[in-house]
Design a protein around this ligand. Structure first.
Ligand SMILES: NC(=O)c1ccc[n+]([C@@H]2O[C@H](COP(=O)([O-])OP(=O)(O)OC[C@H]3O[C@@H](n4cnc5c(N)ncnc54)[C@H](OP(=O)(O)O)[C@@H]3O)[C@@H](O)[C@H]2O)c1
Length: 249
């Protein structure tokens, strides 16, 4: 159970982040539902049973992230769990570009959200977690970050950096009772992925793993809720692959 925990879930207006926020609330947590648009955060929070509070958050805005975290602390007293789900919107053209064709600005766009956004939220929450005697940080990555990929390098690079952030937090703050995890995801059926593909593309993607199917966002949410709970009290720094058996560490 996550009773009495305060959890910030970035990128929780839809997709995987929304399901994580929903699962956490179902397990008793107070959840901060985030979007770049107030209306989207409000709509998503209203669809969650339990204690769900909408907040506007753009992870690219460093000063805004600091203000956001201060506001969460003022309003809810603490932050026990942080889940960094916010990801640069799926961009098919960028996803299929070879490394040498990607412009520096295109790298920056993805890095600003997936890597630096994650870094900003971690850095802004850590002092509060340390002060309260601990916390849990879950960073959402992707299997290309562990195994490499052809094309879509900005995404791979950003998500590999996310794994490094997790490891630093685990090693630097373990003695402060702060635990950190990376969830490295395979094909998970969100609107950004599954819904944007043709039937042929969907079938091909399903065939990539040993279970021969797409993952459901709720399957990711249940793993996130488990690692956030005390059941994982003596495990930290891990990369947990959720991909139906493709990448085996
Ligand atoms: N689906 C997959 O197969 C898959 C596989 C591997 C990894 N992942 C990772 O899992 C995460 C969620 O994926 P998804 O498929 O659920 O994506 P999604 O449906 O596109 O959701 C992305 C979320 O990120 C938020 N976001 C985007 N830019 C933001 C910014 N600058 N500041 C704050 N929030 C921002 C969006 O909120 P607003 O637009 O409302 O602001 C939205 O809630 C991403 O990090 C993605 O890279 C997904």
């Amino acid at each position: 159970m996550l009773t009495d925990k305060v959890a910030v879930v970035t990128g929780s207006s839809r997709g995987i982040g929304f399901e994580i926020a929903k699962e956490f609330a179902a397990r008793g947590a107070t959840v901060i539902v985030c979007s770049r648009k107030t209306a989207s955060a409000e709509k998503s929070a209203s669809m969650i049973k339990g204690k769900a509070y909408p907040e506007k958050l753009d992870v690219r805005d460093a000063a805004g992230v600091t203000r956001f975290m201060r506001h969460v602390i003022e309003r809810h007293g603490r932050v026990d769990i942080l889940v960094n789900t916010a990801g640069y919107p799926f961009d098919h053209k960028l996803w299929i570009k070879r490394l040498h064709k990607v412009a520096e600005g295109e790298f920056d766009k993805v890095i600003q959200v997936d890597l630096k956004g994650t870094l900003r939220l971690c850095r802004s929450s850590l002092p509060y977690m340390i002060k309260r005697g601990g916390g849990v940080i879950i960073n959402i990555s992707s299997t290309p970050a562990t195994s490499g990929h052809t094309e879509g390098a900005p995404y791979t690079v950003a998500k590999a950096g996310v794994i490094a952030i997790t490891k630093h937090i685990a090693l630097e703050y373990g003695d402060k009772n702060v635990r950190a995890y990376t969830l490295a995801l395979g094909n998970i059926s969100s609107e950004a992925t599954f819904s944007s593909m043709t039937v042929t593309e969907r079938k091909k993607a399903a065939m990539e793993n040993s279970m021969k199917r797409w993952g459901d966002p709720r399957e990711v949410a249940r793993v996130a809720a488990s690692v956030a709970s005390d059941d994982f009290s003596f495990a930290t720094g891990n990369t947990i692959v959720i991909d139906g058996g493709t990448v085996l560490l």
